[in-house]
Design a protein around this ligand. Structure first.
Ligand SMILES: [Ca+2]
Ligand SMILES: [Ca+2]
Length: 419
């Protein structure tokens, strides 16, 4: 009994809309599209009407657009529950029934992963304000119970539209009617203005692809010399990124002088570059001027530490150097070596097929993670899974000091083990 009553209620509601739409088959020359967007910060979806015309026009001499009936239909993941429908322009149905599971549709062969909401607008006339070609006007917002994937405006060609029409005589397609839709006067049949959904579906979990690189203006600045460290972050993906931050920590052997960026701010105390939004295809950069205060090799690393969206191939702040959101560069300050001294160069774990070089000549038999230096020269290594110097390799340079030249390559540290 209760089920029957519920069914009557929703059938009654949409049937009303169906009646209006059923007699309005012809498309107006003043047309609109609908668009749905999602704000990852507020987790709010917004439905927009996007006119393909402006007010005033031949049908509507008013500066504003006025409209009565409209219908916005949504295709949602099956577990998505629409919540908090909030009016912006017009009075919209607040508790629409989820459609698609009713017995009417069981034989329609619809994709069981999706269900549908049909949200009708009150027939009282609404002042939408001025309409400008291609400029969205918000209709209402809503939230979801959780993120299950993309939510979209129901396309005219979606099989659900035809199934609802044939199975239950329901018009579930989107519709929009306004003063601009048709000429004034007489008993005219309202002309449909809705054409199609616009843009991609709204994704509550949009995948982005951010990448980061670092570079240095001067790899051998000399002791107490300056170098400019450039950090670049690119949005290589197909979705806008937001809430982006980068951790750019200077090593002990570099002291911060100043920074410059056109995007956000760098906090030299926390070492965080707060970027915010990065549109698709855009690259943002930060330049840090640092003074090199120690000899040997100073490594500068930076990584994306935060973003609102999930990245397709990297995770913020996980310190994994092989990911595309991590960058490394280095500077070399030649160090003195004295006769009898031994310096040990060591490479972090994870590098394979290591070869050591002195003055660009391979050192036979040296394939280990460490190498001991006893004489002046320029020392570096290669590995099959790292490309030097683009991935932050510097040669260690040792020169014969008063008592005791030069170098740098890739992430290795040096310690004196015999004096
Ligand atoms: Ca990435
Ligand atoms: Ca990472």
């Amino acid at each position: 009994m209760k089920k029957g009553f519920l069914a009557l209620t929703w059938i009654g509601f949409i049937w009303y809309i169906g009646l209006v739409s059923a007699v309005a088959q012809q498309l107006s020359t003043n047309q609109v599209n609908y668009q749905l967007t999602y704000n990852t910060n507020t987790q709010i979806y917004t439905v927009w009407v996007v006119p393909k015309y402006a007010t005033p026009n031949a049908n509507n001499p008013d500066a504003n657009e006025f409209g009565a009936t409209a219908q916005v239909s949504l295709k949602v993941p099956k577990d998505f529950v629409i919540q908090n429908i909030t009016d912006i322009n017009g009075i919209w149905e607040k508790n629409p029934i989820k459609l698609g599971t009713q017995s009417f549709f069981s034989s329609a062969g619809l994709d069981p992963n999706y269900l549908y909401y049909v949200i009708g607008k009150s027939s009282s006339e609404t002042n939408f304000g001025p309409f400008v070609n291609d400029t969205p006007v918000a209709l209402f917002t809503f939230k979801g119970n959780a993120c299950y994937g993309p939510v979209g405006i129901l396309a005219k060609s979606d099989p659900f539209v035809a199934a609802a029409r044939s199975s239950a005589l329901l018009n579930t397609a989107c519709s929009f009617y306004s003063r601009s839709g048709q000429t004034q006067g007489g008993n005219v049949v309202p002309l449909e203005q809705f054409v199609e959904k616009l843009g991609p579906d709204a994704n509550c979990n949009p995948l982005v692809d951010l990448s980061l690189t670092v570079a240095t203006s001067n790899q051998q600045p000399g002791l107490n010399g300056s170098t400019t460290l450039t950090i670049s972050v690119k949005n290589e993906g197909t979705n806008p990124a937001s809430g982006v931050e980068v951790a750019a920590l200077l090593p002990a052997g570099m002291s911060f002088q100043t920074y410059a960026t056109a995007t956000g701010n760098y906090d030299a105390v926390t070492s965080i570059w707060t970027i915010g939004d990065i549109p698709v295809g855009q690259t943002v950069t930060l330049n840090i001027v640092a003074k090199v205060t120690q000899t040997a090799v100073q490594y500068f690393t930076a990584q994306i530490s935060k973003a609102n969206e999930q990245d397709v191939d990297s995770t913020p702040n996980n310190n994994i150097e092989t990911e595309d959101d991590f960058g490394r560069t280095c500077v070399t300050v030649p160090a003195p070596i004295c006769p009898g001294q031994i310096f040990e160069l060591s490479i972090p774990m994870g590098y394979t097929n290591i070869k050591w070089f002195k003055d660009n000549v391979e050192i036979p038999g040296e394939t280990g993670l460490t190498y001991q230096i006893t004489t002046p020269g320029t020392y570096r290594f290669t590995a099959s899974n790292v490309a030097c110097p683009t991935q932050g390799c510097c040669s260690y340079i040792f020169y014969e000091g008063d008592c005791c030249a030069k170098t740098v390559c890739v992430p290795f540290s040096v310690k004196i083990i015999k004096n």
